[in-house]
Design a protein around this ligand. Structure first.
Ligand code: NAP
Length: 386
């Protein structure tokens, strides 16, 4: 039995992960769940899954709710989330937390030699060099959950080193594909949260609408597959059927295709390199999926994409600063304190004002993250007061 802990079990990826695990009870046992403050949702999951441990990061949230009794030990506090990631009683950690907060459990899980099924791309963006080092030193195994990166992993399986020439990540284009910058001034959170092909948490849905998500994924691909930024391209593919292309040195191109569901990449991250039978997921029909179309990224409409990739290219703590600034900008947009197009403005301003340098330890990442959040908040305040 493979013992699994799901961090962020009450979120979109967390719920999909539990659905997948529930279909393979002979293979996986859920031993730990963690959420931030959704105690009632977590309690309902505990009733069904009966894990050994359930953690609520927000201590006040657990204190003001009474979780069910039974065999599950309830714990609270961020330290307990991190402890679950490194627990001796866990073989696989699914990191489905949102934001750079996910970095610490990522480092701890890899440092403790576990398989890390990583949905929390922000941890790799913010602390890429540290994440790779933790895996190397601790013997942990990093397997992506993001559908594009899972697609790449599936395409390069069995390929010899050095034969990959280029990665092409696909992007749905989000709800505002084909719009112009003027029209984008007036969109609000409700419009941005209406994603055409994927049903996801709020933060990644806004990131998909601005294409900041695709910049995060380019950086993620750079670290996961050791590819130079010049060899990672992005193409808009509104149907979200092709999840990525891999071009090899001889010109051959492989793609992984399938209906847009996160359950498949989650299952693959859990079973890799094996494949488990799952009739629920076998629904692909090429005729109903056609036609498949591809177009270039519109940089004028979606400047956060270019800003993010530029931060990735700068390296060091610049991606951590970009990620932190973007998190603050998304929050301010969702609170209707800044407009959709101002997210890129405040992130650009923050990047200009944040000192970034090499990343030698977690302190360097946290410092860039802290400074970028502070400068972005100032930029938001100035706009919100107008
Ligand atoms: N959703 C997708 O389809 C998708 C696809 C690819 C990649 N991803 C990535 O997967 C990650 C999760 O995305 P999501 O859409 O599932 O997000 P989500 O729906 O917002 O869920 C986030 C989860 O993390 C928990 N959480 C947040 N902060 C926490 C903290 N400090 N301590 C403990 N738990 C915390 C939340 O708990 P509460 O419920 O208590 O707030 C919730 O369970 C993101 O990095 C995203 O980019 C998502």
């Amino acid at each position: 039995m493979i013992r699994v802990a799901v961090l962020g079990s009450t979120g979109s990826i967390g719920r999909s992960t539990l659905a997948v695990l529930g279909r393979h009870p002979d293979r996986f046992e859920v031993v730990g769940l963690a959420a931030n403050r959704s105690v009632a949702d977590l309690a309902a999951q505990v009733e069904t899954v009966r894990p050994a441990t359930a953690v609520v990061a927000d201590e006040a949230a657990l204190a003001s709710n009474s979780p069910p009794g039974g065999r599950t030990k309830w714990r609270s506090g961020w330290d307990q989330v991190v402890a679950l990631a490194g627990s001796d009683d866990v073989d696989v950690v699914v990191n489905a937390l949102v934001g750079a907060a996910g970095l610490e459990p990522t480092l701890v899980a890899l440092g403790a030699g576990k398989r890390l099924a990583l949905a929390n791309k922000e941890s790799l963006v913010a602390g890429g060099p540290l994440v790779l080092e933790a895996a190397e030193d601790g013997g942990g195994e990093l397997v992506p959950v993001d559908s594009e990166h899972s697609a790449i992993l599936q395409c390069i399986e069995g390929a010899r080193g050095g034969c990959v020439a280029r990665l092409v990540l696909t992007a749905s284009g989000g709800p505002f594909r084909g719009w112009n910058p003027k029209r984008l001034r007036d969109v609000g959170p409700v419009d941005a949260l209406r994603h055409p092909t994927w049903d996801m948490g709020a933060k990644i849905t806004v990131d998909s609408a601005t294409l900041a998500n695709k910049a995060l994924e380019v950086i993620e691909a750079h670290y996961l597959y050791g590819m130079a930024y010049d060899s990672i391209d992005v193409v808009v593919h509104p149907q979200s059927i092709v999840h990525s292309f891999v071009e090899f040195v001889d010109g051959s191109v492989l793609a992984q295709v399938g209906e847009p569901t996160m359950e498949l990449p989650i299952l693959y991250a859990l079973s890799y390199p094996e494949r488990l039978e799952d009739p629920t997921l076998r629904t692909f029909d090429p005729v109903s999926a056609s036609p498949l179309t591809f177009e270039a990224v519109d940089h004028a409409c979606f400047p956060l994409f270019g800003l993010g990739v530029a931060a990735g290219r700068r390296g060091g703590s610049a991606p951590a600063a970009f990620n932190a600034a973007n998190e603050v900008a998304v929050e301010a947009f969702l609170e209707e304190r800044i407009r959709f197009d101002e997210m890129a403005d405040v992130v650009a301003e923050s990047i200009d004002r944040t000192c970034t340098g090499n990343v030698t330890d977690l302190g360097d990442v946290l410092e860039a993250d802290r400074e970028a959040r502070a400068t972005t908040r100032e930029a938001v305040e100035r706009r919100a007061r107008r």
